[in-house]
Design a protein around this ligand. Sequence first.
Ligand code: IMP
Ligand code: MG
Length: 179
Amino acid sequence: MFSEAEIAAAIRSLAEQIARDHAGEDVLLLGILKGAVHVLSDLARELDQIQPGPSRLYLDVMAVSSYGNASRSSGEVRLIQDTTHAIEGRRVVIVEDIIDNGLTLSYLNALLSARKPLSLRSAVLLDKPYRRIANVKADYVGLTCPDEFIVGYGLDYQERYRTLPYIAKLRPDIFSDPD
Ligand code: IMP
Ligand code: MG
């Protein structure tokens, strides 16, 4: 669905937008495990190259889970692992792989804004705007994605395909689980 070159261009565009809004500021990039690992890594290095941009970049991660093992959301978001940095008084950018029904981002916004950051914005590589439940928008969007279940570049189906360098549509009709 999206090639390595298309993903790289989208990451570059996210980095440019974040750089503009945070020039001269210290920024905490907060990646959401596990799906956002590649986005966080590529975005951080891209952002580091842009002048003018943030003065200092800090990296952190937290883990949440909303899907269990199904390709549909359970509607319940759980905090699995918290940040190591304090959020209070910092400029924070949440880094996510994809926003679908919006429950994950809305949960993160509520959780993190209660900790009194100086600013809280969100960057997503992919937006699937078709099934929103929570009324939430990301500040920075890389690519708008068709209404399909996709895998690769961090996105998984039952923990598989995260390591693909590109993004592909999952075809459940040909998918058979070896377990
Ligand atoms: P939301 O809470 O529905 O907005 O979903 C956010 C999370 O659901 C993402 O961080 C992904 O882990 C997962 N997700 C949503 N759509 C897809 C998809 O098409 N493929 C793989 N994971 C997805
Ligand atoms: Mg996931």
